[in-house]
Design a protein around this ligand. Structure first.
Ligand SMILES: Nc1ncnc2c1ncn2[C@@H]1O[C@H](COP(=O)(O)OP(=O)(O)OP(=O)(O)O)[C@@H](O)[C@H]1O
Ligand SMILES: Nc1ncnc2c1ncn2[C@@H]1O[C@H](COP(=O)(O)OP(=O)(O)OP(=O)(O)O)[C@@H](O)[C@H]1O
Ligand SMILES: [Mg+2]
Ligand SMILES: [Mg+2]
Lengths: 259, 259
């Protein structure tokens, strides 16, 4: 069965979607069958693959609400071996609609167990989460084997890290005892910037091997790619951003092979 | 009575908190009595003024839950004429706790009417919102006279703008008929970057005068200031970031004088 990884950070704009899109693409490019779940009502991961609004009428919202299975909503992307469950704005209402329902924290877990069990033979499932520790993110943490945390090297982002790690701990102690730490990946890194260097030092002191060696540099090509509806690895695979995500995928695969 | 402005954008990391902190400071510095409400469970606006966790035990959460009035939680900051209602992590639970309660979208409006009516003589109230269109943000939109939208000049941020404007429209048609557009302010702007220039052109074409003339440049001093627990205007008032927020405040004041 696949390795399921939630890409999570309640701090906004730290590179969750950019990491989910490009890491998923790099995993698929090295012949790992990969599923990307877009769990953010903004639907940025879906946009990043050029999926128009009309192609999202069947979406992860229907799955969370129990009105469809993942096999009804998963679509192919332009990247071989990479599949996507798109999100649309209906998902913004899911939080309030889930509150009174049964198994409200387990909807995604149940859907993935049903879908991946059908011999879909995925190697990896990545879940792009919204900037919040709400029921959607709790669903992702409950369904996942591990947590990947993109961390911008800024003061506010560092401050939110301990809250995030406490939430992961709480989910591990209640909803999902096998939830582990895949790692923290530093994003939008600009080595000329003292604050960024200081945050990197602090995080490596605090978390040690839980921090990936690969650091994602600030690279304009990463933010231009979504405008063309494709991952950076397809838009410009030679740029520093793409190269960093290729090396992150390699590091992730090595780490998981060792286990 | 004061002008109440919600600083809103469901896209994460676009500069909502940085704008709320520094605009509030610039308004106070030009002798306008200003209240900043921190409505984000991350509590970044509170951190930006050096408010420790122990000083936040009475917070905006208690106000939203109807267990305290604003006069019980509002504190002074190091900036004369600037007051703050801090947030703490309890606020993360407010969304689910509000669902079944009465007047769940009006809690903040009711609290502000009670507090500002007591002859507090505020000129401006700014509300820093979380990166979501959840009940906390709906509370802010219901309580406000107008909406200020920080917009990062990036593709994903531009994509989310129409959803945000539709939500503002929906709140105007139901909960708050007098909600108007204070304006869109372009943030983290780097003129050397084609994408940023293109986004600026698109937004000015699309929204015209609803876009502030003042553009906030990308400036590292803005992201260093929170680490020292003070707004950039106190940390380094000569930097380009601070100067931009001073000019934004002047533009906002001029606009509101004309009306
Ligand atoms: N390494 C990078 N270099 C330059 N720009 C980047 C990089 N990573 C992401 N970006 C850009 O920064 C912005 C924020 O990134 P992204 O949207 O991936 O963050 P997010 O955490 O998913 O945001 P949200 O909290 O709204 O979901 C986007 O416009 C994106 O294109
Ligand atoms: N003009 C700027 N130049 C450089 N850095 C900036 C600028 N504005 C904000 N920042 C930094 O960018 C990051 C995101 O800004 P900020 O936290 O204010 O955004 P936000 O919209 O409030 O985020 P969230 O969605 O998490 O609430 C912060 O680390 C902040 O210090
Ligand atoms: Mg995202
Ligand atoms: Mg903020």
């Amino acid at each position: 069965s696949p390795k399921i990884i939630a890409v999570v950070n309640q701090k906004g704009g730290v590179g969750k979607t950019t990491t989910a899109i490009n890491l998923a693409t790099a995993l698929a490019a090295t012949n790992h069958k990969t599923l990307l779940l877009d769990l953010d009502p903004q639907g940025n991961a879906s946009t990043g693959f050029g999926v128009g609004q009309q192609e999202r009428s069947d979406s992860i919202y229907d799955v969370i609400m129990g009105q469809a299975g993942l096999d009804d909503v998963v679509i192919e992307t332009d990247v071989p071996q990479l599949y996507l469950a798109p999100a649309n704005v209906d998902l913004a209402g899911a939080e309030l609609e889930l509150v009174d329902g049964g198994r409200r924290s387990h909807r995604l877990q149940d859907a993935l167990l049903a879908y991946c069990g059908e011999d879909q033979a995925y190697d990896y499932v990545l879940i792009d989460c919204p900037p919040s520790l709400n029921l959607l993110t709790i669903n992702a943490l409950t369904a996942s084997d591990s947590v990947l945390v993109p961390l911008q090297c800024e003061f506010f982002a560092l401050e939110g890290l301990s809250l995030l790690l406490r939430t992961v701990e709480r989910v591990r102690n209640s909803l999902n005892p096998s939830l582990s730490m895949e790692g923290v990946v530093l994003t939008m890194y600009d080595g000329r910037n003292n604050l960024a260097q200081q945050v990197q030092d602090d995080v490596r002191d605090y978390l040690g091997d839980d921090v990936f060696q690969t650091v994602i540099p600030r690279n304009i090509r990463l933010s231009e790619a979504p405008g063309y509806g494709m991952p950076a690895l397809m838009f410009d695979h030679r740029c520093t951003g793409s190269q960093a995500y290729i090396s992150l995928a390699a590091e992730l695969i090595r780490k998981n092979k060792r286990l």
